[in-house]
Design a protein around this ligand. Structure first.
Ligand code: DGL
Length: 261
């Protein structure tokens, strides 16, 4: 089976890392669209065009059967468009894990970290409205402007990244938030910093495992056997931090190359 996965950069590799643990017998083609990152500060139209070009590229070049949009921002802007335009393709998106957060929170106070574009999007609002009937919770939403750039530079443990997160998280901590939704696939990469600020017992919700399981169940429906090797190749449209790739995926056999899309 051939599967395309994309994100604006390194973030989607947190999803690949989850896929790698359970998905077998497939070739994964990952696009890190770093020439156009960050998506979270672009217009819906700009993001939609990138999603369209990348999907066309993956279809023409690799003949993919499934597409994982490993990016909350791109999912919010373009998932409906992609499903309409490519109905023959399995299309899996990424959404902030508000529902699992709701289930797990004891204080009913939940922090949501995401890009400005995700938080502004109607998809996010619809999700919140849909879930608000399940349980009454207070959401503390924070658009993390600049955090994706810090992560792309590999500044995971830097003073600047710590200070940014500390500014956003301290009000949440003061208000007894016990669960944080990582509403951008880049943010699991600063998991340790968030725990350091919020405390070890804070629940951090990411959706990589759920996406990997969804990929398995939809591919079994098209007779995928889920056995054998998994190959991963990464194609980046702009610069990419290769040390970060090694840190996230820990696999020396991955092919990394630059491409124009
Ligand atoms: N990884 C992204 C997300 O899940 C995109 C971040 C960005 O490029 O702003 O939203």
């Amino acid at each position: 089976m051939k599967v395309g996965v994309f994100d604006s950069g390194l973030g989607g590799l947190t999803v690949i890392s989850a896929i790698q643990k359970v998905f077998k017998g497939a070739d994964i083609f990952y696009i890190a669209d770093t020439a156009y990152a960050p998506y979270g500060e672009k217009t819906t139209q700009q993001i939609l065009e990138r999603c369209d070009n990348i999907t066309n590229y993956l279809l023409q070049k690799h003949d993919i059967e499934a597409l994982v949009v490993a990016c909350n921002t791109a999912t919010s802007a373009a998932i409906e468009h992609l499903r309409r335009k490519f109905p023959f393709l399995i299309v899996i998106g990424t959404e902030p894990g508000i529902k699992p957060a709701l289930m797990i929170s004891k204080t009913s106070k939940i922090g949501v970290l995401a890009t400005p574009s995700t938080l502004k999007g109607s998809k996010y609002q619809e999700l919140v409205n849909e879930l608000s009937s399940i349980k009454k919770v207070k959401l503390y939403e924070q658009a993390c402007i600049g955090l994706v750039e810090q992560i792309e530079k590999g500044e995971i443990d830097s003073e600047k990244t710590f200070k940014m997160l500390e500014k956003w998280l301290t009000p949440m901590k003061m208000n007894s938030v016990d669960t944080i939704v990582l509403g951008c696939t880049h943010y699991p990469l600063v998991h340790n910093v968030i725990k350091k600020i919020m405390g070890e017992n804070t629940n951090l919700i990411q959706t990589g495992d759920a996406i990997a399981n969804r990929l398995i169940s939809l591919s079994l429906e098209i007779e995928h056997k889920n056995k054998g090797d998994l190959s991963i190749s990464i194609c980046h449209t702009g610069e990419i931090n290769k040390n970060m790739i090694e840190r996230i995926l820990d696999n020396k056999k991955i092919i990394i190359r630059k491409c124009d899309i």
